[in-house]
Design a binder for this molecule. Sequence first.
Ligand SMILES: CC(C)=CCC/C(C)=C/CC/C(C)=C/COP(=O)(O)O
Length: 283
Amino acid sequence: MPSPKAKNAGRRDGSPVLGSNFDFVSLTKPLNRSSPPHLLQRQGSDPTTARLRASESPSRRRGSGSSTGSASGQGPPEEDGIRLNPSLIGISLSSLLAIDLWLSKRLSVCAFEDASWGSARPLMKLIEVSGHGIPWLAGAAYSMYKSDSAAGQEVMLNLLMGLLLDIILVGAVKAVVRRRRPAHNQMDMFATFSVDRYSFPSGHATRAAMCGRFLLAHLVLAAPLRVLVLLWVGLVGLSRVLLGRHHVTDVLFGFWMGYCQYKLVEILWLSPQTLQGLLGLLA
Ligand SMILES: CC(C)=CCC/C(C)=C/CC/C(C)=C/COP(=O)(O)O
């Protein structure tokens, strides 16, 4: 009677099952004569092995009469086992992707006016505007201009630099990755660049995370306000998914990227001397 492991080792479509010992037995090691008979039988008939054999290049098939034992029905050559590891990573990634797509679709409850939480759409769009680049750029430039202390101007200049850096980095990643926005997204955002038709990462999430860190480090000291800042960052990220603008992973990666971008702003921090030089050039 076949063991339960051997029975469940391959799916109907022939894809291997994660965590099954049978995959490793059949694909990584040439089966020796001391193997149990049921494994010897599965070696020839299981769909995973059959698929691997079918995808072998002619040159590999020609070489299969070597001492590796393929031609003698003793299993695929050793290097097939080496190719299995990347496929495990691939399977894990596609599982994560499937969960991401499913979860993002389920959470997009404000994607349309007649969706289950459609009445909250205007509020979500308000949160969207609060994380848009234009109000942040305009606000930072205005505060820098209005600030009467060199320290205040310095902080605002660096926030401005961070915002510009964010636009460039997010644009670059979006252009390289080119992940499409969810199908249920309505493309009704204001003031977007052409790369904003892409989804990964969420520019709102990177900006919210970077600005949130910036505010906490330089501008907001009172504890209740610090909580509000964190709440706002979280709401901006959540609203991207609820509006159906983004997948969950776009927002999570965006948060991480924005967090790192703040570190970059600190490294590139423009000093008062640099500021004086820049203002001297402008005057
Ligand atoms: C002066 C000027 C044209 C500034 C552009 C400001 C800006 C960053 C616009 C893009 C904002 C936007 C809608 C980004 C997309 O965000 P996702 O969260 O949907 O990636």
